[in-house]
Design a binder for this molecule. Structure first.
Ligand SMILES: CC(C)(COP(=O)(O)OP(=O)(O)OC[C@H]1O[C@@H](n2cnc3c(N)ncnc32)[C@H](O)[C@@H]1OP(=O)(O)O)[C@@H](O)C(=O)NCCC(=O)NCCS
Length: 197
């Protein structure tokens, strides 16, 4: 973690760590960084938009129901929790991706972690998901107690499954008919990535 970015904000100047800057396949510059409380409104808008862009998330369009205060509180909590990292992806100062990794809190299972990831549809296929996944895996590798990353994905979500397989995730189980979306049931695949340590 690396360069510091100085952001001018209404309340003054804010410093933050940029996790990564990457030029995408389409030539645009992607900046990955952790969220600030001032991102809360845009994050809610983003999540309510991406929820409607595919049937692959746990919420649909307008169904992400946290209030601004709750989202700000959550951002603060994540920022203070060494076992969690949230990553925002920005292109031209707009959020194009939100992802999160957390290790489980109970001591007996704290060597396991879970991730969630989304990218705005207009930007799919440009390498954002891969860039974010690299950062999530880096976080897990840097946390010496984390030995496993788990996720759940809809069985029909082939793009996401390809992304996960590309990084070494393997299917370890199935929750039959776990999803019920638009009056159709679909299985959930449980996929794990075992870190070599
Ligand atoms: C799944 C998702 C995060 C992938 O993000 P992305 O930015 O498009 O991912 P990338 O561009 O880095 O592509 C990663 C890999 O996925 C596969 N992939 C992605 N989009 C694809 C497409 N349209 N067709 C074929 N393969 C595709 C490819 O294997 C690709 O790797 P490669 O380009 O090196 O071959 C994105 O599609 C998304 O947000 N979908 C909706 C929300 C969601 O499904 N989240 C996951 C819930 S479990």
């Amino acid at each position: 973690m690396q360069p510091l970015m100085i952001l001018s904000m209404k309340g003054g100047i804010k410093q933050m760590d940029i996790l990564k800057e990457i030029t995408l396949k389409n030539g645009e510059l992607l900046i990955l960084r952790e969220p600030l409380e001032s991102d809360a409104k845009e994050m809610i808008d983003y999540l309510n938009t991406v929820g409607g862009e595919s049937d692959n998330l746990l919420f649909g369009k307008g169904e992400f129901r946290l209030t601004l205060e709750q989202e700000m509180e959550y951002i603060k909590k994540v920022g203070n929790d060494p076992n969690m990292r949230m990553i925002l992806g920005f292109i031209n100062n707009s959020i194009v991706s939100i992802a999160e990794i957390r290790s489980l809190s109970r001591k007996r299972i704290a060597h396991n972690s879970e991730i969630a990831i989304s990218v705005k549809k207009d930007y799919w296929g440009n390498g954002i998901g891969s860039a974010v996944m690299e950062e999530l895996i880096r976080f897990a590798k840097e946390h010496k107690e984390i030995k496993n990353i788990s996720l759940g994905v809809k069985a029909s979500n082939r793009n996401a499954i390809r992304l996960y397989e590309k990084f070494g995730f393997v299917k370890v189980g199935v929750h039959k008919d776990y999803f019920y979306i638009n009056e159709n049931y679909d299985d959930e695949w449980i996929m794990d990535f075992y870190l070599d340590k």
